[in-house]
Design a protein around this ligand. Structure first.
Ligand code: PRP
Ligand code: ADE
Length: 187
């Protein structure tokens, strides 16, 4: 049996979910036919909702991580705020070609295409670091699976993957089998 979350974490999750449900936008056939796109930018533009989200993502791992990894690009909006809540630094996990060499990289497929993510190979010590990975949306799980694999290849210990919203029915949760997943809500 897992220990219950502290009361304040539950309150933050409830406030965050209310903001997400109220403000998230769903757009058909974007960025390509057949995709129902979940746009969280109106949620992040709301001060109280953004604050609740930062706190809700941070609370379960307080004291258990020493680095937050934000995924390019929407995960960047969350990464720095969550890191400030936790008192850690933030790592930008960047799309291919944005970081100077040397880098470690990982290719992946997502709901509407393929891409690659990179982190610095030497400039930041990742071996033994306990990392919280944050992003806005979990869909097929390709992005977060690649992020976890990349960070673990660099010697990091991924404590938890935290996302604001999960798009159900695309296999993302299954793709992250074996990884601690904290998802605030489904959309
Ligand atoms: O679970 P998946 O199928 O991998 O999809 C989820 C990813 O897709 C979106 O990013 P996108 O690649 O569109 O990049 P962006 O943040 O630059 O818009 C989203 O921010 C996640 O990172
Ligand atoms: N349906 C979706 N909505 C928002 N972001 C996504 N990334 C991948 N699939 C997505």
């Amino acid at each position: 049996m897992t220990a219950p979350e502290p009361l304040d974490a539950r309150a933050e999750v409830a406030a965050a979910v209310e903001g997400i449900r109220r403000l998230a936008r769903h757009v058909s056939d974007f960025p390509q036919p057949g995709v129902l796109f979940t746009d969280l930018t109106p949620v992040f533009a709301d001060g109280p909702a953004l604050r609740s989200i930062m706190r809700a993502l941070a609370a379960p791992v307080a004291g258990r991580v020493d680095l937050v990894a934000g995924i390019d690009a929407r995960g960047f909006l969350l990464g720095a705020g969550v890191a400030l809540e936790l008192g850690t630094g933030v790592l930008a996990v960047r799309k291919k070609g944005k970081l100077p060499p040397p880098v470690h990289g990982e290719e992946y497929a997502l709901e509407y295409g393929s891409a690659a993510l990179e982190v610095p190979a030497e400039a930041i010590e990742l071996a033994g670091r306990r990392v919280l990975v944050v992003d806005d949306v979990l869909a097929t799980g390709g992005t977060l699976r690649a992020s976890v694999d990349l960070l673990e290849r660099c010697g990091a210990i991924v404590e938890t993957v935290a996302v604001v919203a999960e798009v159900p029915g695309l296999g993302g949760r299954e793709r992250l089998d074996g990884v601690g997943l904290h998802c605030l809500t489904t959309v």
